[in-house]
Design a protein around this ligand. Structure first.
Ligand SMILES: *Cc1c(COP(=O)(O)O)cnc(C)c1O
Length: 234
């Protein structure tokens, strides 16, 4: 089941890339395993996937212990500051740096643990009130503040597309995030703004067309989750 879906997904990504003239190897994939059992995760791992994403720290830590140690874990959901100390050592990339308060909590704990934490800034480009993430116009001051924190390494930006059937709205959100990234590349070139993390099962084609290079995909590979939480919400 996982094998088939994963193969389908890879074929789809590859055919989209061909159509839009992008190199497939520049696209990285994170399989989102929230509410997915360890067995299905192992199945994907056996097929060569090393990058997995979770949105809840407690659920993730429970699974992490029983899964291969070379998995690169991505934290994609809103992170509460009281969970920071338990998660930063085991995480490859936090996609959801969404407040300066959280940045300071990560800095303090990473300093104590003697590690650097890779983070993407989550931007709420669609402006939906229910979504975490900083506003577009706050990105630059946020970056300047975060650059003062030596244990945080900024790697790019993340957004969650608006929950709508309106493809134009989805596209314009992804375009906005790319513009934010392009602006920061000009204004703050000392940072390697490598990642544009956008695109989920329902909208990754549009995301790829708009420049995404890090996709976060769950349902398309593991099927519908039993309880659908708000997107990006813990
Ligand atoms: C659940 C989730 C995904 C994956 O969504 P699917 O629709 O299952 O592909 C991606 N990003 C975030 C932040 C999520 O919470």
């Amino acid at each position: 089941m996982v094998a088939e879906k994963l193969k389908e997904l890879r074929l789809k990504i590859s055919s989209i890339c061909q159509k839009i003239g992008r190199a497939e190897k520049e696209i990285e994939l994170v399989l989102v395993t929230k509410q997915v059992g360890s067995e299905a995760i192992r199945e994907a791992y056996a097929l060569g996937v090393k990058d997995f994403g979770e949105n809840r720290v407690r659920e993730w830590l429970q699974k992490k212990g029983e899964l291969p140690q070379d998995i690169r874990w991505h934290l994609i959901g809103h992170l509460q500051t009281n969970k920071v100390k338990d998660c930063i050592a085991g995480v490859n990339l936090i996609h959801s740096l969404d407040s300066i308060h959280l940045a300071h909590a990560i800095e303090t704990n990473a300093g104590k643990q003697g590690i650097t934490v890779n983070c993407l800034i989550q931007v709420n480009v669609s402006g939906e009130a229910t979504k975490h993430g900083i506003k577009e116009e706050e990105v630059e001051p946020f970056v300047r503040e975060a650059l003062k924190l030596p244990h945080i390494c900024l790697n790019g930006f993340m957004t969650i597309g608006p929950l709508t059937e309106d493809k134009l709205l989805v596209r314009s959100s992804f375009q906005k995030l790319r513009e934010v990234r392009d602006q920061m590349r000009k204004k703050i070139p000392q940072v390697d703004w490598k990642y544009l993390s956008m695109g989920m099962s329902s909208d990754f084609q549009i995301a790829l067309e708009e420049g995404a290079n890090l996709l976060r995909i769950g349902t398309a590979v593991f099927g519908e989750r039993p309880i659908q939480h708000n997107r990006g919400q813990v």
